[in-house]
Every structure is written in C-alpha cells, then in structure tokens.
Design a protein around this ligand. Structure first.
Ligand code: ADP
Ligand code: MG
Length: 330
C-alpha cells in the first residue's frame, strides 16, 4: 500500500503503550522483547474477517476493541498476563476515518492492560484483522484444558447469553428504532470484558480453564475431552442477566439454551476442587467479578457431546440437543 508508512506512523506509533521490556518496537524487521527469568511466553492469534466476525460497516471503534478483546480472552484463559501485541491489517483502502475509529477501540483496551503494539503488517485486500497477543506466565503455572478432576466444581464467570441476543438484535435490520434493552444487549455483544486479572488471581486455585468464546457447551467439551471426564450441569445455576430474561419475555428455558450456546462473550469456564470454594469466592468479591458454580466434573470417559455433558434442571435430566456457536456468516 503506497501510504503504508504514513499510516503506520500516524496511527500505530503515536498512541502506543511503552513498556520497559520492549527493546525494539515498531520500525525494524522484527521487534525485540525481554522475557524475565522464570516465565514462559503465552502466544495466541485470532483473525476477525469482515462478514464473518463483524459486519463490514460495523463501527470501527467496536471492531478495534473486539479484535483485541478476543485475543486477550485467550490469554486470560491460560492465566497469563498480556504484554505485547502484533497487528496484521488488510484494508480495502487506506480509510483514515475507519483507522481512527479502529485505533480508538484497539488502543483504549491495550492501555487498560498495558499491552504494547510491537509490530504488524499492513496490506490491501478484503477487510480482515489478525492479531497476535503475547503474555507472560510463571513457568509451569499456565492453566490448560487438561487438568479437570472428578469432583471439581465447574464455574463460569460473569453473565452468559447476552452476546447472542445482542447479535440477534444487530442482525435484525428490519427494525428501524431499537429499544433501550435491545441497544444494551447489542452493546454487550461488542463490549464483553476479557477476564484477564481475574484469571491470573484464580490461577493457583484451578485445575483447568478455557474461554467460552465459541459457547459454553462446545468449549466445555474441550476440557472434558482433554481431561477424559464428563460434566453434570444444573441449568438453574446458569448466570443469566435480567436483561436477557426481559428480552425473552421471562422465558427462562430460552435464556438457558441461549446461555449454553452463546458465543463471542469473553467469559471463562474453569474447574476447581471444592476445597477452594471460599478462596475463589473471596477473589471474585475483591475484584467485583462474579463467578458461578454451574455443575460438577464426573467420571469419564468422554463420548458424544450429549452423553458427556449431562444437563439437569435441579435433579431432572434434560434431553436438549444443543450445538455450539456458529459465526453468522458461516
Ligand atoms: P517489512 O517489510 O519488514 O514487513 P513493513 O514495511 O511491513 O516491514 O513494516 C514496517 C514496520 O512497521 C515493521 O516494524 C512492522 O512491524 C510495522 N508495522 C507494519 N504494519 C503495522 C501495523 N498494522 N501495526 C503495527 N505495526 C505495523
Ligand atoms: Mg510487512
């Protein structure tokens, strides 16, 4: 792109975070960073493509936020502290207005987490954003999907289901004027908060964790498969917002099904031994971030999704057939 260098200087250098452990940032062939003794680097990449993960005419501020948030959520799931980020942008044209908005969303969140943009690439083509975030975690302490143990409590953070309802609102173009409730749910779809700090504080108390950006059911299945166990879930315990209940006119079952399958909200699912309940509750209280126990890990083996995740309402077993989240243009 002819004005690539101007764009980089103007948009990606000026508003950047500055970290002491970045020895060489944007401007050379590679960035150089220093990793402290006793730490591992956790690395994750996510692509957001226009038409698949966001609408091409979506507000760029929200797109910039969401692109980084989805990556930070993956780092959170490992219990890592975010440090550095790279940004590969493919743009149909050097649209300054779009870039201004994108950078506002992107750097706004980067600053909150003290993450420095250390490089990237800028090319011409259909609108797409690929972000690689790196973070630090004490050696051997990262939370993985493997460690769930029989008898563990199964937790989720925050409220689940709002993002799917927000997406439904967003895609309903037939409605000209949206209610306050609909706008709130749409906002929650875009501005889910990655649970970065909470996960770091909970790290030593959990056996396994992952983020549920593809929906609770399909993501929990990853833990169960890798740990070769099953899950008992009580849908009465799913944390559902008042707004979602209102959106579905008080139909709790619709809320529960939505909560089990909603995607793109950056909550975590983790498992932890029962003796850690009080310690987990305390951290949740201190950070003012809710966690809910929604079930228990049971003896394996992992088999089909329906057999492996046993859904109950109180003690009555449910025969719901649910699938994970699909991006709206898949
Ligand atoms: P190269 O030809 O070595 O790939 P570029 O000309 O693409 O280098 O980029 C020059 C510098 O600007 C590099 O340090 C690169 O990491 C950085 N850069 C390019 N695009 C972006 C971007 N979208 N965000 C952040 N840094 C970028
Ligand atoms: Mg390049």
């Amino acid at each position: 792109m002819s004005s690539e260098f101007n764009l980089i200087d103007r948009f990606f250098v000026q508003d950047n975070v500055s970290r002491n452990d970045v020895d060489l940032g944007i401007g050379d062939d590679c960035a150089l960073v220093s990793v402290p003794e006793g730490y591992q680097v956790a690395i994750t990449t996510d692509t957001l493509a226009a038409g698949t993960h966001f609408l091409a005419d979506a507000d760029p501020i929200k797109v910039g936020y969401k692109a980084l948030a989805s990556n930070l959520s993956d780092l959170a799931a490992m219990g890592a502290k975010p440090t550095w980020v790279s940004l590969a942008l493919t743009l149909p044209k050097p649209d300054e207005k779009w870039l201004e908005g994108f950078c506002e969303g992107f750097f706004g969140l980067a600053k909150q987490h003290n993450v420095q943009l250390i490089g990237g690439d800028t090319t011409k083509g259909p609108l797409s954003i690929t972000i690689t975030v790196q973070g630090l975690v004490p050696k051997g302490e990262a939370l993985t999907r493997k460690g769930a143990k029989v008898g563990d409590d199964i937790y989720v953070t925050g409220l689940i289901g709002d993002s799917a309802a927000g997406l439904e609102v967003l895609l309903n173009t037939s409605k000209q004027i949206k209610t306050e409730l609909e706008l709130e749910l749409e906002y929650r779809h875009y501005y889910s908060t990655p649970k970065v700090e909470l996960a770091q504080r909970l790290r030593h108390l959990c056996h396994s964790a992952l983020d549920i950006s593809d929906g609770l059911i399909s993501d929990l299945a990853h833990i169960l498969k890798q740990s070769n166990v099953r899950a008992y879930i009580d849908v009465d315990q799913l944390p559902i917002s008042d707004e979602l209940m209102q959106y579905f006119s008080g139909n709790r079952e619709r809320c529960e099904k939505t909560a089990l399958t909603s995607g793109e909200e950056y909550e975590l699912c983790f498992t932890a031994p029962k003796e850690n309940r009080d310690a987990i509750k305390k951290i949740s209280f201190l950070l003012n971030q809710d966690v809910s126990i929604i079930g228990e890990i049971e003896k394996g083996p992992f088999s089909t999704l329906q057999d492996t995740i046993k859904l109950h309402k109180d003690t009555t077993s449910l025969d719901w057939v649910l699938y994970g989240y699909d991006h709206f243009r898949n």
